[in-house]
Design a protein around this ligand. Structure first.
Ligand SMILES: [Zn+2]
Ligand SMILES: [Zn+2]
Length: 114
């Protein structure tokens, strides 16, 4: 629609979760956010600066599924971290590759949502 062109603000890349459509602009993708110098993430992730903290604060938004490369947010309904990030679709599809605790969790989840 009538979008205003904010010239003084550089266009930011937007992270969109492919599962829940949660979308937000992110500042960095990778494991070492430059604005959080001493911090190394466990996975490559989409990160935004925390607007409420002056220094080194950041919020991890999401990451890419290691199987299908879909961008997914960190919500429990969208992805799961087990040594790597996986979207729940791939977890369900490859459930036998995951340990019992993950299987259990997924069964719990599916019974809850039904
Ligand atoms: Zn999501
Ligand atoms: Zn996936």
């Amino acid at each position: 629609m009538a979008e205003t062109h904010e010239k003084d603000k550089p266009a930011k890349d937007v992270f969109v979760c492919e599962n829940c459509n949660f979308s937000v602009s992110f500042d960095y993708f990778g494991r070492k956010p430059p604005f959080a110098r001493s911090y190394v993430l466990m996975e490559e992730a989409y990160v935004m600066k925390d607007p409420f903290s002056e220094e080194r604060g950041f919020i991890t938004l999401g990451s890419s599924c290691n199987i299908c490369r879909a961008k997914v947010c960190l919500s429990q309904n969208c992805s799961l971290f087990y040594t790597k990030r996986f979207c729940l679709r791939c977890v369900k599809k490859n459930l036998k590759e995951f340990p019992a605790e993950i299987k259990e969790e997924m069964t719990k989840k599916s019974t809850k949502s039904d």
